[in-house]
Design a protein around this ligand. Sequence first.
Ligand code: GLN
Length: 472
Amino acid sequence: MDISKLTIVEARRALDAKEYSALDLTNAYLDAIRAKDGEIHAYLEVWEKSARDEAKTADEKIRRGKASTLTGIPIAIKDNILVEGRVASSASKILEHYVATYDATVIKKLKAQGAVFLGRTNMDEFAMGSSTENSAFGPTKNPHDTKRVPGGSSGGSAAAVAAHMALAALGSDTGGSIRQPASHTGLNGLKPTYGAVSRFGLMALGSSLDQIGQLTHTVADSQILFDAICGHDENDGTSLPDMKKNNAPMKRVIGVPRIFLEKGTDSDILACFEKTLEKLRAKGYTVVDIDLPNLSYSLAVYYIIQPAEASTNLARYDGIRYGLSMQAPSIQEVYSKTRGVGFGPEVRRRIMLGTFVLSSGYADAYYRKARSVRALIRADFTRAFESVDAVVTPTCPSPAFKFGAKSDPLAMYAEDIFSVPANLAGVPALSVPMGTVVSDDSDLPVGFQIIGPHGGEETLFAIGNDVEKFEV
Ligand code: GLN
């Protein structure tokens, strides 16, 4: 068994053909973790024993001819998704010892299929960041160049899959946290339509932006995991009703928001992007320049709305209800001491930013204004999708950067320029590999982002497949 080339599709075939057992497969991944994760640090915790038990149960299911698509498939889970009885820390000191009391809906669905859970993966604390350097438990390294970040905030999930220490992984994406690490590690990453996948059991960051999604080696694998985790959930008030797959014929027209792309994007990334457009033209797509006039406000709008929602969501970590609790003479001091010790610098920065933009004197100037502009951004997309199947951009303006290179928070925020619009508009977006660029003698993967209309995941997979099929 060669796990360095394995996909879910191939593993399913081999498991069903009894070429190896689910236990063999799980053991192969556990061996890979033991061999490599000391250096990469993708995992915060590996669940060896339960993974083997789940693999044995999967083998039994396969033997009885009762296997589902994901039976026996070893996957990794981001540390902000609850698995009953397991620590879920969001890579924060404040939740270091917090044990989840129930399964997130996505976990329930994967358990029902008999998937194998290898462990929980590292991330930026509370999913705030673009590099995984904000983890309270140390950064994760990029398997393509260990001097560089894997992207964030789902950097542990991406590194685990890219280094073949999991066949696939779940992440969460509030402003790019699945797509960006996918881009930096050469994987596929989907941020589903807002409401397509239940958020029940996902630790809330920006509730109007958050979605769970998957990191995989291929588009076909992405589609399999998406089908497994999507669907209506009455436990999530923003969950969409089950939708019929949109099988409307595609126009085969792709839109490029040209003016938006050219400011501040590395020239070699733009060159890869142009090459990918060429491939799509060769596949019969028409590529047109389009104007989404409000897109350039996305980053400013995101960094008002996201901290605003984060500051209210994180109010629950008060030293009383969850996790860390510092002793102090008064309740007020319990709050401030616990939050001062428990939260890292980026989390504190966002709480302050969010509290400021929501405060009574400033909410009109910042928060409400940002919400109005968000509506304009959404309208730009709605208008664009009247004439194009998808809007495409590079996933990130630069390839994976070296540790410490973006220590200025504003430089880090600028990394999210292409990923935040899809979250603001609630539309789905897929990052697929579009080749590599060379930096300091390293070949660094870069991603092509395909943004679709609400519920347009099938369109993204179709276009993603056309891009992927050109890869050798
Ligand atoms: N990098 C963005 C941020 O720091 C997005 C994070 C995310 O998607 N969770 O907010």
